[in-house]
Design a binder for this molecule. Structure first.
Ligand code: ASP
Length: 459
């Protein structure tokens, strides 16, 4: 534990990591005591359900703190996007700068997503995880999870019914308050904020100045709220991971899916190496610098499985610890959190081929190229919330003619893989924002403020 803050306190990522470990160990200990393992009956929606005492204790007394922590992060996501994007866009002063950055951002995001899908396809074709699944295991998996996966499958069916331009159509909100009242509409809020920022650039300076000052101050308040929320991060992740451990499905199911999981993990790991390489090559920043700066956001992404909930922290880390100026972070990161999901697209490619293999289908090169396109689009369309990638997977499956019932096959292990792919999603956004910042001359030195120091200095 070398890295300590100026005051001799442990750095934030260590605190979060300790919180995570403590949460896992706490629940593991509890479920292995005879009291914790004993079953008790509770009523769920009027039906008697058996649950372990450990599960009940964690569900009633610990998980709520994790939920409060995630809610607090989500709470500030919409105001943060509004304030920082309006400020960021209006700071650009002229619209040509905005379109230059916009094209580069979208282009780079699509580029990294294509790389991710291709890596997923190569790895899954080398490991061939679906070939290890016997028909019996396949039926077991489908049976034991068809109930739990039912909700996802029906959400997925709705996805399929929408037309090709649906996503584009939904970009433009008809009511900003309605858009801002649902975290799932983040793209609409982004569109409004960019539009508003453009308006601000175009009006006379004496009229725009007070509006800018307002959003500037508003933005500072939100950033301070992130500092405050992050003080609770170690405890929040403790609760989240403790709840995950008691809710985890049986080990046998995990084992049947081990090669599939290994394929996803290898792919995701390669993707992290690629980001580190890209950052080093294009900006000269060392791997240690990049990883140290972004690690608290990565750990939060892992614990929450949501890039949207992690966004406030990603923005603060990239700005203060990686040296990217706010004009870039405010634009590149919210867009990235919603459309750039490299981890998700990689996972969708692996999952699609795995399911095809498990059902004994051979996919030719043409079908696999189709997967590159659909997984790229499906990851763009996935919401930045837990499990969204699995719902959108149905588009990939449908296009390639792979049975949708296959969703039930991968359901058992989706949560841990979701945690990992969300970590990659967030890392990808951070890496791309450094590349864009470098390309427009907005990559400077980090301006780290320690959370606690920051709190003390300003109070
Ligand atoms: N949980 C992911 C995210 O928020 C999306 C997904 O792949 O399910 O980034």
């Amino acid at each position: 534990m070398k890295e300590k803050s100026k005051k001799g306190k442990l750095a934030l990522h260590w605190k979060i990591l300790l919180g995570m470990l403590a949460g896992v160990m706490f629940s593991l200990f509890l479920v292995n005591t005879s009291w914790g393992a004993s079953l008790t009956t509770i009523k769920l929606k009027g039906i008697d359900v058996e649950i372990s005492r450990a599960g009940l204790l964690v569900r009633d007394w610990i998980k709520p703190f994790g939920t409060m922590f995630i809610n607090a992060l989500k709470l500030i996501a919409v105001p943060l996007i509004l304030a920082s994007l309006i400020k960021g866009v209006s700071d650009l002063k002229d619209i040509s700068k905005l379109s230059k950055m916009g094209f580069r951002t979208i282009g780079t995001y699509i580029g990294t997503t294509l790389i991710a899908v291709s890596i997923g396809l190569v790895v899954v074709n080398l490991v061939n995880p679906g070939k290890t699944i016997t028909e019996e295991t396949r039926n077991d998996l489908v049976m034991s999870y068809s109930q739990g996966a039912g909700e996802k499958i029906s959400a997925a069916a709705e996805q399929k019914e929408s037309g090709p331009l649906k996503a584009l159509e939904e970009l433009v909100p008809d009511n900003i308050f309605k858009a801002a009242s649902n975290n799932g509409n983040m793209l609409q809020v982004i569109v409004f904020a960019i539009f508003f920022g453009i308006g601000l650039i175009l009006i006379p300076a004496d009229k725009s100045a007070p509006v800018k000052v307002f959003f500037d101050g508003f933005n500072e308040v939100i950033l301070k709220l992130i500092d405050l929320i992050m003080l609770a991060a170690p405890y929040g992740v403790f609760a989240l991971l403790a709840a995950l451990v008691v809710e985890a499905p049986s080990q046998d199911l995990f084992l049947a899916l081990i090669w599939y999981a290994v394929s996803v993990v290898i792919g995701l790991f390669i993707m992290i190496l690629i980001y580190i390489g890209l950052v080093y090559f294009f900006t000269g920043r060392k791997p240690g610098f990049f990883l140290n700066g972004i690690s608290p956001a990565q750990l939060l992404a892992f614990s929450t499985s949501s890039s949207a909930a992690t966004l406030p922290v990603t923005m603060e880390r990239v700005e203060e610890h990686l040296g990217v100026e706010e004009e870039v972070t405010s634009f590149v990161l919210p867009i990235g959190a919603t459309i750039n999901m490299d981890g998700t697209s990689l996972y969708q490619a692996v999952a699609a081929i795995f399911i095809a293999q498990a059902f004994g289908m051979e996919l030719d090169l043409y079908a696999q190229l189709g997967i590159v396109v659909t997984a790229t689009l499906a990851s763009i369309g996935s919401a930045a919330v837990p499990g969204a990638g699995m719902v959108m997977l149905v588009i990939v499956l449908a296009q390639a003619g792979i049975p949708e019932a296959g969703l039930a096959l991968i359901f058992a292990i989706d949560r841990p893989l979701d945690m990992l792919r969300t970590t990659v999603n967030v890392t990808g956004d951070a890496a791309v924002s450094m590349l864009i910042a470098k390309s427009v001359g907005k990559l400077g030195d980090p301006k780290p403020k320690d959370w606690d120091d920051n709190l003390v200095t300003n109070s």
